[in-house]
Design a protein around this ligand. Sequence first.
Ligand SMILES: [Zn+2]
Ligand SMILES: [Zn+2]
Length: 247
Amino acid sequence: MRPLADYHTHTRWSHASGSVEDNLRAAEAIGLEAVGIAEHGPRLLFIGVSRRRWPVLAERVAATETSATQLFFNAEANVISLEGDIDLPPNMMDRLDMLLVGLHPQVIPKGLEDWYAYYGLRWLSLLSRRQRHKLFDAYTQALINCVERHPVKIIVHPGYRLPIDSAALAAACAKKGVRLEINCRHLDAIARDISKAARTSQVEFVISSDAHHPREIGRFQRGCSLVDSLGIDRARIINVDWQEKTR
Ligand SMILES: [Zn+2]
Ligand SMILES: [Zn+2]
């Protein structure tokens, strides 16, 4: 097995420990064809890259000299409303190589109804099953709206920390050619959703490290093992060469 590309990695621009250059060099060292810098959108509390700093980050990525490994300017945007709004500054959308989107619990939601869904309803869902179902439906629909409204390439860690109907999401993604992420950092939390998505749809997957240190880039072993243990057809994973030996 050889990882071909790692589209989801972090740097010091958010809360990880390497620089853009460090991530690129680490990816080159293991022979990746591409590595993506995918920082958090501005409305992720304490961690997101601010609106003001996004253009500076874009410049930094563009100015980084590459050789064998391509460097992608990606983003891990947050869903901030039930309608599927995301928190990426609009002037950044055209500059991105890939838009990755995920549901994260600690965001600054858009409207009042969204504040309620993110915090009030979440709290209530601990108490009652009815509220739990409401929450489940609301989050699922928010992600589906997002896939339908924006040029999303990958939904990251589906099912991580916020419950969703992964079968419904996978069906929407399959229709739009959006991939679901097998995130090696949060693998245990998403394994059930990945299994359900694979069983109920033809959706394709990417494996990512979600690296918070350059040495984690391209570490796909756990993700690959999950694919095999769930019996997912390897051809559905778009960024792994299964024939080649690990370097
Ligand atoms: Zn994330
Ligand atoms: Zn991430």
